[in-house]
Design a protein around this ligand. Sequence first.
Ligand SMILES: *[C@@H]1O[C@H](CO)[C@@H](O)[C@H](O)[C@H]1NC(C)=O
Ligand SMILES: *[C@@H]1O[C@H](CO)[C@@H](O)[C@H](O)[C@H]1NC(C)=O
Ligand SMILES: *[C@@H]1O[C@H](CO)[C@@H](O)[C@H](O)[C@H]1NC(C)=O
Length: 460
Amino acid sequence: MQPALALWIPLLQLLLVLPGQPQSLKEESTPSSVNCDQNQPAYELVKRVPGSVDEDGLCHCVVHLPNNLMPMNQLEQLQSITRVLMDKYDQELSREAPTYNLLRLELEGARELVTQLMAKEGGSETEDLLSQLQSQVANASLKLKLLADSDQRSLRAYRQEVDVLEGRLSDCEREKWQEASGPPLPPGSCAHGGLQKVSRPLVVQLNWRGYSHMAGVWGRDSAPDLDSSLYWVAPLGKNGRYFDYYRLYKSYDDLVLMKNYVERTMGYGDGSGNTVYENFMYFNYYGTRDIAKVNLSSNTLVLRRPLPSATYNNRFSYAGVSWKDIDFAGDEKGLWVLYATEESKGNLVVSRLNTSTLAVEKTWRTSQYKPAMSGAFMACGVLYALRPLSTRQEEIFYAFDTTTGRERRLSIPLDKMLETLHGINYSPLDHKLYVYNDGYLINYDLSFLVRKQKQSKPPA
Ligand SMILES: *[C@@H]1O[C@H](CO)[C@@H](O)[C@H](O)[C@H]1NC(C)=O
Ligand SMILES: *[C@@H]1O[C@H](CO)[C@@H](O)[C@H](O)[C@H]1NC(C)=O
Ligand SMILES: *[C@@H]1O[C@H](CO)[C@@H](O)[C@H](O)[C@H]1NC(C)=O
């Protein structure tokens, strides 16, 4: 990790600029509607700056931010960052590179977020600030399009700076989010009225095998077990089909630092439908309708058996995502498998599995053609299906409740960084979606409708 250290320097320089004066901001102008924690020293904003260098020599880092800072404070910091960014772009115009594309997308995402924040924000001072920030982010995004002639080093520096910008904007959004959604749900809880909305994506890192591994899947052990903090990453082979390698991390910190992992090979799985549940990984065995189970402690295949009537070999995969005919999902209610059969005419069916035998316990048929969906996941026994709206946005458009057998239409937008969402896994522990987006590991916070109080008894 020697190169990573060198790369931190520009970022640290950037951060050292921050704690000072919010130039051009009116001092003491904090509107009373925003509850800023003024005692929080600004230099504590960034607690840790882990970085890693992938096989293409690009550095990626993730900034952890505390949750107790209020938007106003952060917006001031953001304004400084965007100014520094703008100056750098002015000084050093750089060459087009694949990563610039992503940088540009992120800046555009940031700009969209600021627009949303502005829409929600009251008070003219805050609006001024946000409006300045917005124009800076917009300018940065424009400049990025004109970049020419730069070395890799400054590219990495930009990358890190945009990560910081992104992280802070996400934090601002999280604040707003919590204000709007009430107290967070306890881990593993289903005491809610179904999915309400999805946050914007947080980019965690590029997968460890690099850009050329566009397809894959990652997540957290999806058993609603309070002690589990196992994270796993499984980029597929370059052909977008074979599941052969995976890495396990004991904590989120290890994952972002890319340290203390175990790397395993397990040949072969098919597609990105894998999930991890109670320390076992479940996947579709290559070229068959077999479902298989691996003990992650020993990396041994403990069980393999056919999933009755399931189609395979790309017969009814998802739209834009190949080889994912058999898609596993874990949630608060157990382990599920999503697939299609000839009898269902390609419509998605969902089965609950017995985790020890992989026998189908019960099956439900939906009215939705699986190849028209881009993916699906389960939460609290409800299937949620996605479809693409554009290259930048998906929609959760359909839900099927296995408890009642009822289906309904939804329209919950979900932004994406890049075009294709490969593996999509839900974790009941933190109510997040873990998504593999064209090589990048990203996640989303899910928020759920508050269940009405009048419901006195929990359902049996
Ligand atoms: C953004 O660019 C426009 C046009 O080039 C310029 O007028 C404006 O001052 C810039 N804004 C910032 C905040 O740099
Ligand atoms: C999984 O592997 C570990 C380590 O070899 C072993 O102790 C454990 O009993 C295995 N579990 C099952 C259910 O096979
Ligand atoms: C799974 O199947 C085994 C063997 O048939 C059975 O003993 C066990 O109770 C089943 N588990 C559940 C959760 O139904």
